[in-house]
Structures are given as structure tokens and as C-alpha cells.
Design a protein. Structure first.
Length: 323
């Protein structure tokens, strides 16, 4: 079966340039300053994913891809954390729950106490109230810290227990089925705090097991400004882990220095719009597979909606294209 063709841009003479979808199935970087054309390029790619039924999950920190904006009736289905995107408490493993508590701000002592209580319960925790009951006899400082963390988690509405468990599980099955059918879904992070985004992403990381078990088919992930909720180490771990699972990534950023060097050097494709800072250019040069001087000469003269395309998709190129 032939791989679909994806149009990535046009030459200065107006010739359309399309690439084989297979050449995008790994790690891609879309970088450039604000208002240079990155969002137009991403929307063009998403339109084609929708039309060709290519499964894609968009993590949108600014609401840029979650509104129709004249993009057609089949524009990505929007998933809102705390509304459509919720997690049954009994499906959150112990490590994930403890890491979420660290994100919220629990210290090591409180984390250790919480771990001991979870182990003592010895069964799936279907109700956060069980954890509250378990720490009832702990010293006030520890009990208060854990209860504040649990309250914060409940307030995000990212978890569901008791009477909502089955409804949430059914909705999660629908989301997975839609992605497996080749739909484009967009998770709207707009308006969320950094802590809330980090919790959502950590819960999302627990869903990678669906790929490992084969329940979730291969798909693309479009991730806008991942540094807003991931440390460099977390981003590296995520990239390396997903490479072998058939989760192909587009990292979209106007602050390329925030991308770890490991990801830049391992990137298979680069879509680079205008960059003015020497440090940004130097940092991204390895992804362009050219010297810093040559890379600078090309990207520093790009005009609005022009970008440099290099990598597997263009047989290492480079090509200067327009959105």
C-alpha cells in the first residue's frame, strides 16, 4: 500500500512540493519566531491529516488549533482536560499518582507516607476518599499536605471515581477508537496553569501503555512549546520512549533553545522559519545537517511565510519553500 503524499509548501515559482508520509514518521521540528508562518504550516498539515484520515493528537497550549477558523466541518475534535479528558482513579498506577503529587508540591516525607498507605490498601484505588481516610491518623503537617494535594487533583476534574467511572471509561474508549479510525483530535490546554498542564501530560504518558499493548495504533503527535510543561530530561525520555512505539512527533516552537540537544541532533526533519538570534541558529544547526554559518545564511534572510526544509522528507535538501 502506497504511503499518502503530504504537501509541505510551494517553491518561489509556485510549484507544489509533496513528500511521502513515511518520511515524516519519526521526529520533526517546526521552529521560527512568532508570526513567521509556523501556525499556517501546521494548519495546512492538519487539514491534510483530516482529509486523508491520518490519526493525530494535537497538544495545544494556546488554543491555536482547537477553533475551526474556516478550516472546514471536519476540523479536529476538541478534547478539554477535565471535561472530555478524564482518568478513572482505578486506572492510575501508583507511580503515576505519586509523580502527580510531586508535581503538585508534596515533599519526600509526604510522598513516602502516601506510598505506604497505597501499599497498605492493597487494591485498585477507586475513590480518593480512601486515601484521605488512610492518612487520617498521620501528623497534621503530613496529613494536611497530602489532603491539599488530593484536593488540588480533584479540583482539576482530571480524575473520576464512584458514579462517574463507567461514563469516563466509555468516553476514553471513544477517544481511542476515533484516533484508531484516523481522526484528528486536539487537546485544548489554553487557560491551564503550568502545574495543571504537567499533570495532564503525566496522565497522558500513562496512556502510552495503550500503544505498548496494541490498543492504540500508530499516530502523529503535534506538541506546541513542550518546554512549558516538560523539563529537558522528561522531554528526552518521552522522545526516546515513543520512537519505538510508532508515535511520531512534531515539536513546534518559537524558542528552539528550549529543545534538548539530544532531540535536535536526532531530528529527522526540520521546518525552519526566520530566526534572528545567533544562539537559536547555532542550537538548531545540527538538525539542518549543515554548518552553523551555512544555516545562518539561509534562515536569517527568510521572509514571512518562507521556511527552510531539510531532512529525510527532501532527501536532506535543503529547500526554501513558502507556506
Amino acid at each position: 500500500m502506497n504511503s499518502p503524499q503530504i504537501e509541505i509548501g510551494r517553491t518561489v515559482t509556485g510549484k507544489s512540493i509533496a513528500v511521502n508520509l513515511h518520511s515524516l514518521q519519526n521526529t520533526n521540528i517546526i521552529a521560527g519566531l512568532k508570526y513567521t508562518g509556523k501556525i499556517q504550516l501546521v494548519k495546512s498539515i492538519l487539514r491534510q491529516f483530516v482529509e486523508k484520515k491520518i490519526g493525530c493528537l494535537v497538544l495545544d497550549t494556546e488554543g491555536l488549533f482547537t477553533t475551526p477558523d474556516s478550516l472546514g466541518a471536519d476540523w479536529p475534535v476538541v478534547i478539554r482536560p477535565g471535561v472530555e479528558l478524564r482518568y478513572p482513579v482505578d486506572e492510575i498506577d501508583t507511580n503515576t499518582l505519586l509523580e502527580i503529587m510531586k508535581i503538585i508540591g508534596l515533599d519526600d516525607v509526604a510522598i513516602n507516607v502516601l506510598f505506604e498507605k497505597i501499599q497498605a490498601i492493597g487494591e485498585h484505588i477507586t475513590n480518593i476518599d480512601k486515601l484521605r481516610d488512610a492518612v487520617r491518623e498521620e501528623p497534621p503537617l503530613i496529613r494536611g499536605q497530602i489532603n491539599r494535594g488530593l484536593y488540588f487533583l480533584e479540583r482539576t476534574k482530571l480524575t473520576a471515581d464512584k458514579e462517574h467511572l463507567e461514563a469516563v471509561k466509555d468516553l476514553r474508549k471513544v477517544i481511542v477508537n476515533r484516533l484508531n479510525e484516523g481522526r484528528v483530535l486536539a487537546v485544548d490546554f489554553a487557560g491551564m496553569t503550568r502545574t495543571e498542564m504537567k499533570i495532564v501530560f503525566r496522565l497522558f504518558m500513562s496512556d502510552i501503555r495503550l500503544s505498548e499493548s496494541g490498543e492504540l495504533k500508530s499516530l502523529f503527535l503535534l506538541i506546541k512549546e513542550p518546554h512549558l510543561y516538560l523539563s529537558s530530561t522528561e522531554l528526552e525520555d518521552f522522545t526516546l520512549r515513543t520512537i519505538r512505539l510508532g508515535l511520531w512527533k512534531f515539536y513546534i516552537t518559537n524558542t528552539p533553545q528550549r529543545l534538548p540537544e539530544l532531540i535536535v541532533r536526532q531530528a529527522d526533519n526540520l521546518f525552519c522559519f526566520y530566526l534572528g538570534l545567533q544562539d537559536d541558529i547555532k542550537h538548531l544547526a545540527p538538525a539542518a545537517r549543515m554548518s552553523t554559518d551555512a544555516f545562518q545564511k539561509m534562515v536569517s534572510v527568510l521572509t514571512s511565510k518562507e521556511f527552510l526544509a531539510t531532512g529525510q522528507m527532501v532527501a536532506d535538501g535543503p529547500l526554501v519553500l513558502q507556506v
